[in-house]
Ligand binder design. Structure first.
Ligand SMILES: Cc1ncc(COP(=O)(O)O)c(C=O)c1O
Length: 487
């Protein structure tokens, strides 16, 4: 066979090229990590102008392609590990997660069938069994790794919908949707992630199918309103296929009252899905695990490891309480998960996933858990939650700042309060503070709304960040505000 240089293989030439390319890239990353700035501050227009594709007929070769990626991608990337990078649920990654990526990428296993990922399949299955145990589900392996929260929520909603129709003797998988679909509803709180709406639209039921339940002052689902809206739905002849509770809303980190919601769902025979994309990290917590009490009552659960589990993107999971519901999405492809395989107990994970070709992201969690151990993993998760409480106290002691909500997980919602109190002016000022900080490259602070108030958000996932770092950030918030006020 002729030697094709660019392909990774065991040939001496390929191994040398691989090592060179990886070492060149690693050296560049090490240099980039030393950059003190969070972001170089380039605007959209500047980056559009600067970044040009160079697809030549002869090719540039690995070395030049890597050099160009360093110049045009790496240098203007956001340093997610920077202490002032706190806008989103976007975590810095574990070193071990980087090592796992090397193994995942080099081996390029595909999780759809056992013959494409023998050891990887078994590791993923064992992790799913372990995660189920942490949640409090019965022993089993119903669940799968996903690309993240959006896909896991889609799986929960899709199975809830199909289980709803199956109870009426109708298979959506075989015959599609039927009946008066405008009467089919999903309930979630006003603060639930927008992927509920997007997924319902994708499932052919539209945004109109989502009934939003009011929240309390801490952004948690208001169970009284849930009861009232369920009763109203009944009176309107509507049918509720699922209640989506959130364990860790995107901004406030609010955890809905899971046990109470589960009791209502069970009374009404409604599927309960819990989006624990963020709060699921507390499964490993030493101090805050009890926040998730009631999670085990859900029919399905979303977990996301590229949030407060500090794994590289992408890495999520979907857990299904009762494995029998997987029948609702069963599809047998002769070339992947044949009857023969199933009869012989070959675990072809395509049967459990919406994806076909799929990355072996489970390796990152496995290696993370083994490398850090339970104690250290718990400590880096708990750090953010505890830090948010300390930061909230500090914010309350600053006369120019206002704490907008008491923190529940690792986020702090606050705003700058000038003497001029006109709400529209205060909202615009806080929006501008966020924009100016990012444009300067010094900080990325979130701008969002909580209880109708435009405010700033710090998502304090980074376990290397301490109160002093946050004080520096808050000082720049105040300084920026003063500059904007005098301009
Ligand atoms: C509560 C919640 N659920 C779901 C998601 C979507 O997760 P992903 O971005 O991994 O698809 C997010 C994203 O921030 C989230 O905050």
């Amino acid at each position: 066979m002729s030697e094709v240089n660019p392909i990774l293989s065991g040939s001496a030439q390929s191994v040398a090229a691989y090592q060179e390319a990886i070492e060149q890239s690693t050296r560049a990353v090490v240099e980039w990590l030393k950059q003190p700035e969070m972001y170089q501050g380039k605007t959209v227009e500047q980056l559009r102008e600067r970044i040009q594709l160079a697809f030549t007929s002869e090719g540039l070769g690995n070395q030049a392609a890597i050099e160009r990626a360093v110049e045009y991608f790496l240098k203007d990337s956001l340093s997610v590990h920077h202490p002032q990078c706190v806008a989103h649920l976007h975590c810095p990654s574990l070193v071990i997660s980087q090592a796992a990526e090397v193994l995942i990428n080099a081996t390029n296993q595909s999780m759809d069938s056992w013959d494409q990922s023998p050891s990887a399949t078994i590791i993923e299955v064992k992790l799913i069994e372990w995660l189920r145990d942490r949640v409090g589900y019965a022993a089993g392996d119903a669940g799968v790794f996903t690309s993240g929260g959006t896909q896991s929520n889609l799986m929960g909603l899709m199975l809830a919908r199909d289980a709803f129709f199956a109870r009426q003797g109708h298979s959506v998988q075989q015959h599609g949707l039927m009946g008066n679909l405008s009467k089919l509803k999903v309930f979630c709180s006003k603060e639930a992630h927008f992927s509920v709406q997007k997924n319902m639209a994708l499932m052919g039921l539209g945004y109109q199918s989502v009934t939003l339940v009011e929240t309390d002052a801490f952004s948690r689902m208001d169970v009284t309103d849930l009861k009232a809206k369920l009763a109203q739905a009944k009176a309107n002849g509507e049918q509720v296929m699922a209640i989506v509770a959130t364990a860790g809303t995107t901004d406030a980190g609010a955890i809905d009252p899971l046990t109470e919601i589960a009791a209502l769902a069970s009374e009404e025979n409604i599927w309960m899905h819990v989006d624990a994309a963020w709060g699921g990290a507390l499964l490993l917590s030493e101090h805050y695990r009890h926040y998730l009490n009631g999670l085990e009552l859900a029919d399905s659960v979303t977990l996301d490891f590229h949030k407060q589990f500090f794994q590289t993107i992408s890495c999520g999971a979907f857990l299904l309480k009762d494995a029998r519901h997987y029948e609702l999405m069963r599809y047998q492809a002769a070339y992947l998960n044949s009857d023969f395989d199933e009869e012989h107990g070959v675990p072809n994970l395509v049967s459990k996933s919406l994806q076909t070709t799929r990355r072996f992201d489970a390796l990152k969690l496995w290696m993370g858990l083994e490398a850090l151990g339970k104690k250290q993993y718990a400590a880096i998760i708990d750090n953010g939650v505890t830090l948010a409480q300390q930061v909230a106290e500090y914010v309350q002691a600053q006369p120019e700042l206002e704490l907008v909500m008491t923190p529940q997980l690792a986020s702090v919602l606050f705003r700058f309060r000038p003497e001029q109190q006109d709400p529209a002016f205060v909202a615009l000022l806080n929006q501008r503070i966020g924009d100016v900080l990012l444009a300067s490259g010094s900080a990325n602070v979130g701008v969002t709304e909580a209880n109708g108030i435009t405010c700033l958000k710090m998502t304090l996932l980074n376990p290397t960040v301490c109160l002093d770092d946050v004080k520096v950030l808050l000082a720049s918030v105040k300084e920026t505000a003063q500059k904007l006020l005098t301009a």
